[in-house]
Design a protein around this ligand. Structure first.
Ligand code: FES
Length: 636
């Protein structure tokens, strides 16, 4: 047997002349240009991609990537899919022209060759699945995002034995807590980077894996809305260091090995590792941001054309709330508000589950949980039923009236997953397919009951050592904890490579088609002052600093306040709402709570007029499909 790491969660396993690929996100980005493979697979590796079987663990786009599937796998490919309640994965593949599917019931094994098998295990409300792959006396547990524990995990190990290789994720794919405003204040201890590392190490050691491979967390963020999340990533080097240290401390024989894309292991040659210096992550991300700037800029322009679609939102939420049982809705407090800024204005959409109210209002209410989301994202979620793909994207900001309101937001994410996976309305679960799936997973129900009794009734702590007890180690024995140094990744400069004075005829650093538009007379902009102007619904703030002119989007990236109403000090404009500051020359954020750069535009003088280079409208904007994988067409 031989296996090769292809990408973020892409794995190829070859045995007896048959090849299996799992979760092949191989090219481009996913989640509305938020996530990018890091490090990227080489051109040589991509040329070698072929498979007889493709196993897709779950529907999230970093595992189920339409553009990669279409590029690398022909219609003759056989798809192995976990048999879950919804048939959506299969339906979407069918609409892409595929017709060969094998649905594997939970805990069942599919034989790909005489001595080459894959057993599929489902786990969790959002339905992730793990694959236990065996061949030639070697076993691989590809757990990726499937955080098995308790009875279901023990059952898997009893049935399959100790794996030779355990592949598992080691960083956050959830918007909680990182997308909560000022999360460090109230949720600084919730799911920290150290927790992810400790969980990975304890999982691998507790199941007795011979080798632990950090996996399914090798991505970075390049979209300007999510770039700052690069600082929340967990380096596989830290995972390796801690896992091996813990393994030594507890006398285990688990060895952690970092395998970057292209690295392989085979029975003949053992490990063949491709060198990649993860310590250079900030530099490599900056290089990628420059390399992909044209694609990102084109997508920003496309996004800016998108107008918020309240009708689609109302239709979706009315159906969704009708599917949620009344006894859940009545306890669902506080209400929620979606804030959707588009080029015309900021929309406020109010959702009160208890009364099934969905309405558009003119202002942001107090005492509600607020989620800000871009119009392109919310429109896709509501028209294509893909909220479940939204949460890992991190293309959202959550504002809470009190820390306790986080429960309300978590409940929404859980219920919307259940709705899109067709577990809501509850009567759906009486269908024969659903019953078959649910009954096979009875151990999860038993584990949930055990946890409820232990943690809710007896108030025992819910912690990682309890989830993954280590052999021969007492629960209260002191073991080392991971150490995570702070890493800073500089935000890319938007739309130009360096501050550019008015009068320059160059469009240096501007990567997309632009149109020069006259927005003001030169004399209208006083030195050291700000002038707010509007063109075709786009609001801009103009500045004159020592006879040089600059233009930025007149909207704070924190909560959307008009920056033109703020104080200009030197080259920095201070947001009037919460005091975030931006450098008007390049849009970079200079002071919290502003984290993401504000967009800036080139300015030139034409006679006594000031012209700004604005993105030309793109003809392709708004192309949609009913297929969730096709909605990622922009992503290559
Ligand atoms: S809106 Fe909060 S800093 Fe600008």
């Amino acid at each position: 047997m031989k296996f090769t790491i292809l990408s973020h969660a892409g794995l190829r396993v070859e045995h007896q002349g048959v090849s299996l690929v799992t979760d092949p996100w191989l090219i481009g980005s996913c989640y509305w240009r938020s996530w990018w493979n890091f490090p990227e697979p080489s051109a040589e590796l991509l040329q070698s991609i072929q498979a007889d079987f493709v196993y897709l663990t779950h529907l999230h786009w970093d595992h189920y990537h339409g553009p990669s599937l279409r590029r690398f796998f022909g219609p003759e490919t056989t798809f192995l899919l976990p048999k879950v309640c919804t048939t959506r994965m299969m339906d979407d593949l069918r609409s892409m022209g595929y017709s060969r599917f094998v649905e594997i019931p939970h805990g069942s094994t599919y034989k790909m060759a005489a001595d080459f098998t894959l057993c599929s295990y489902q786990f969790g409300v959002g339905v992730d699945s793990a694959a236990f792959i065996k061949g030639g006396g070697v076993s691989i547990l590809n757990a990726n995002d499937c955080k098995l524990f308790g009875q279901p995990l023990r059952h898997l190990l009893r049935k399959q034995g100790r794996p030779d290789f355990a592949l598992r994720s080691h960083s956050s794919a959830s918007p909680i807590p990182y997308c909560v405003e000022d999360y460090k204040r109230d949720f600084g201890d919730l799911r920290t980077q150290a927790d992810y590392i400790e969980e990975f190490a304890r999982f691998a050691i507790s199941i007795g894996a011979r080798h632990a491979i950090p996996f399914a967390s090798n991505h970075c963020f390049l979209h300007r809305d999510t770039f700052h999340f690069n600082e929340t990533a967990v380096s596989p080097n830290l995972v390796e260091k801690y896992c091996n240290q813990l393994s030594t401390e507890v006398n285990a024989d688990t060895e952690c090995v970092v395998m970057s894309p292209g690295s392989s292991w085979s029975q003949e040659h053992g490990f063949d590792l491709v060198d990649f210096d993860f310590e250079r992550r900030p530099e490599v991300i900056s290089e990628m941001a420059r390399k992909y700037a044209p694609k990102l800029e084109a997508f920003y322009a496309e996004e800016e054309q998108e107008l918020a679609d309240f009708d689609a939102f109302r239709d979706y939420f009315r159906k969704f709330l009708a599917a949620v049982p009344w006894w859940i809705r009545r306890r669902w407090k506080p209400a929620m508000m979606f804030r959707v800024p588009d080029s015309r204005r900021t929309h406020f959409w109010f959702v009160e589950p208890a009364t099934r109210t969905v309405k558009s209002v003119d202002y942001q209410m107090e005492d509600v949980a607020v989620i800000e989301v871009p119009p392109r994202v919310i429109n896709d979620c509501t028209t294509l039923r893909m909220f479940s793909a939204w949460t890992p994207s991190k293309r959202l900001k959550i504002e809470l009236p009190t820390p306790g309101a986080l429960k309300s937001v978590k409940r929404f994410f859980t219920l919307v997953d259940a709705y899109e996976l067709e577990n809501l309305p509850l009567r759906n679960n009486l269908r024969p397919r659903h019953l078959g799936v649910i009954l096979r997973r009875w151990r999860e129900g038993a584990e949930a009951t055990r946890l409820f009794v232990r943690h809710k009734m007896f108030r025992k702590p819910f912690d990682i050592p309890g989830l993954y007890p280590l052999p021969r180690v007492a629960r209260d024995q002191t073991l080392s904890r991971p150490e995570v140094p702070k890493v800073t990744v500089s935000a890319p400069v938007q739309n130009r490579s360096e501050p550019t004075a008015a009068g320059s005829s160059s469009e240096r650093g501007s990567f997309q088609p632009t149109t020069w538009v006259s927005v003001a007379r030169r004399d209208d902009v006083e030195s050291g002052k700000t002038l707010a102007v509007e063109h075709d619904g786009r609001q801009l703030a103009l500045f004159r600093i020592e006879d040089r002119f600059f233009a930025i989007e007149d909207r704070c990236t924190h909560r959307g306040a008009r920056l033109s109403g703020g104080r200009l000090e030197g080259c920095e404009i201070e947001c009037p709402l919460h005091g975030g500051r931006f450098d008007v020359r390049d849009g970079s954020p200079k002071c919290l709570p502003a984290k993401a750069p504000v967009r800036c535009f080139e300015v030139r003088e034409k006679g006594n007029h000031l012209q700004v280079a604005l993105p030309a409208a793109t003809a392709e904007s708004g192309a949609q499909s009913s297929n969730s994988a096709k909605a990622e067409d922009v992503s290559t």
